[in-house]
Ligand binder design. Sequence first.
Ligand code: DQA
Length: 143
Amino acid sequence: MNIQVINGPNLNMLGVREPEIYGSLTLEEINHLLIQKGEELGISLDFYQSNHEGAIIDKIQDCYGKADGIVINPGAYTHYSIAIRDAIAAVGIPTVEVHLSDINSREDFRKISVIKSVCKKQIWGKGVNSYSEAMEFLASKGQ
Ligand code: DQA
């Protein structure tokens, strides 16, 4: 099984960015932990991060016919990118939306996800475990 992990804007700043909210791990450290989790689950992973909406859409489209699942943290695009939502719907690949922080206990605008309805599951507030739970879900019953 091959899963594409996609991280959106400002997630390349993890480790520096508001550590009291997002934790102190860098994106590279998170990805390293996910590779270990993938080995346990027999999943191979590809990683992609971009600060640009169109580049994220290109990557989602590129997954068509290649990836068995997508784990996406769309960052702030979660709350308003209909275009990313439509790309996920277009490829029809089982997708899990993840967030490091608890988006439901922060500002009201973070409680809205335009992505959620095209995803199999939304997982938030568990730090790196949001990603590993998404991998477990896709490995078990996500497909
Ligand atoms: C985030 C939550 C978003 O609201 C925020 O814009 C992010 C990160 C999270 O992982 O908690 O960039 O997706």
